[in-house]
Design a protein around this ligand. Structure first.
Ligand SMILES: NC(=O)c1ccc[n+]([C@@H]2O[C@H](COP(=O)([O-])OP(=O)(O)OC[C@H]3O[C@@H](n4cnc5c(N)ncnc54)[C@H](OP(=O)(O)O)[C@@H]3O)[C@@H](O)[C@H]2O)c1
Length: 299
C-alpha cells in the first residue's frame, strides 16, 4: 500500500509516519519543504505523479494565536491547502484523509458535540479549518475528515511538553480552569487512522468523524495530571482563567467531542486520555509515573 503523507514533519505527521511504517506500508512522506499544499499546481502534479492508494494530509497552520495575527496564512494553509488536495484526489480518483479540530465549535454546549452539531468557530484558526472542511466536502470524491483535539505526542509543540518544561525550568505554571476538552495522544489517533485505511475507504465510510481519547478535563486538570505523574506537587500548577491570561485568540469553553460515528461504524474506541498520557510519559519521555500520581489520577 502506497500512502502519500503531507505535513510529515509535524506532530501528527510524525506519529502517522511511524504507524504506517509499523503497518508495513510504503510512505511518500512530504514536509512543507517538499510540498506546499497551498500551491495548487504543485499539489496536482505531485499527486498525479505518485498516484498513491490514499493521501493523508497532516499539514496545517496550527498556531491558534498566530492565526489571529496572520489570517491570510491561516486560510492559505488550512482552507486552500485541503481544497487543492481534494481537487487532486478527485482528479485521480483517490481517497483523502484530512484532520480538523474541536475549535470549529463555539464551546457553548454542555454535552459533547456530535458530528452533526452546527459548527460556529470563534477564532480565525477555527474559521480557517471549518472552511477547509467545507471545501473538501464539496470537491473531493471520498474525503474522510477526523475532527480531533488537544493533541500531544513526540515531534511537535504540545501542552504536555510545555507543562513539563515549565515545571523543570520555572517550577510552576499558571493554567486555565475554564476550558474543557479531550486530550488525545497522536499515536492512538494514528493507529485509528491506520485501521480506517486498512478497512478500505469507500463512499459509505466518507465524511466527518470526531475522534479523541476517552474522558475529558480542563487544561488545569491535565497539567495537574502531568505534574503528579512526573513527580511534582499539585500546588505547582496554579489555576487561572482565560480572561486573566488574555490570549489573542478566544478558545471554546467546552469542546468535548462525542465519538459517535466512529463507534457506529464498529471501530474500537480510543483508550482514556489518562492511560494515553501515562503511556506517552513513560514510552516517549522516559518518565516513570510516580506513586503520588495515584492521588486522584487513575491510569
Ligand atoms: N495540535 C493540536 O492540538 C490539534 C488539535 C486539533 C486538531 N489538530 C489538527 O491536526 C492536524 C495536525 O496537527 P499537528 O498538531 O500535527 O500540527 P503541527 O505539529 O503544527 O504540524 C503541521 C505541519 O504542517 C506543516 N505545514 C504548514 N504549512 C504547510 C504548507 N503550506 N504546506 C505543507 N506543510 C505545511 C508544518 O510545517 P512547518 O512547521 O515547517 O510550518 C508542520 O510540519 C492539523 O490538521 C490540525 O489542525 C491539531
Amino acid at each position: 500500500m502506497l500512502v502519500l503523507l503531507t505535513g510529515a514533519a509535524g506532530m501528527l505527521g510524525t506519529a502517522l509516519l511511524a504507524e504506517f511504517g509499523r503497518a508495513g506500508w510504503v510512505v511518500e512522506a512530504l514536509t512543507r519543504r517538499d510540498l506546499d499544499i497551498a500551491d495548487r499546481t504543485a499539489v496536482l502534479q505531485v499527486v498525479a505523479k505518485i498516484r498513491p492508494y490514499v493521501v493523508v494530509n497532516a499539514a496545517a497552520y496550527t498556531a491558534v494565536d498566530g492565526c489571529e495575527h496572520q489570517p491570510v496564512r491561516a486560510f492559505r494553509v488550512n482552507t486552500l491547502g485541503p481544497l487543492n488536495l481534494g481537487l487532486a484526489c478527485r482528479e485521480q480518483g483517490i481517497p483523502l484523509v484530512h484532520f480538523s479540530t474541536d475549535y470549529v465549535f463555539d464551546g457553548r454546549a454542555s454535552t459533547p458535540y456530535r458530528e452533526d452539531a452546527p459548527p460556529r468557530p470563534i477564532n480565525v484558526y477555527g474559521k480557517s479549518k471549518l472552511a477547509g472542511e467545507r471545501a473538501l466536502l464539496r470537491v473531493a470524491g471520498c474525503p474522510v475528515i477526523f475532527r480531533t483535539s488537544w493533541l500531544f505526542g513526540p515531534g511537535g509543540r504540545n501542552f504536555v511538553d510545555t507543562t513539563l518544561r515549565s515545571l523543570q525550568q520555572v517550577g510552576w505554571m499558571r493554567v486555565v480552569t475554564d476550558q474543557v476538552g479531550c486530550p488525545t495522544y497522536t499515536r492512538d489517533l494514528a493507529m485509528a487512522v491506520c485501521r480506517l485505511i486498512a478497512r478500505g475507504i469507500t463512499a459509505p465510510l466518507a465524511g466527518i468523524y470526531h475522534l479523541t481519547n476517552g474522558g475529558s478535563c480542563s487544561w488545569y486538570q491535565l497539567a495537574q495530571a502531568v505534574a503528579l505523574l512526573a513527580g511534582y506537587q499539585a500546588w505547582q500548577i496554579i489555576p487561572t482563567t482565560s480572561m486573566e491570561l488574555g490570549r489573542p485568540a478566544l478558545r471554546p469553553a467546552f469542546s468535548v467531542l462525542a465519538n459517535d460515528r466512529w463507534r457506529r461504524e464498529g471501530f474500537p474506541m480510543l483508550r482514556n486520555y489518562r492511560q494515553a498520557l501515562g503511556a506517552y510519559l513513560m514510552g516517549d519521555k522516559g518518565i516513570c509515573p510516580q506513586p503520588q500520581g495515584g492521588q486522584g489520577i487513575e491510569l
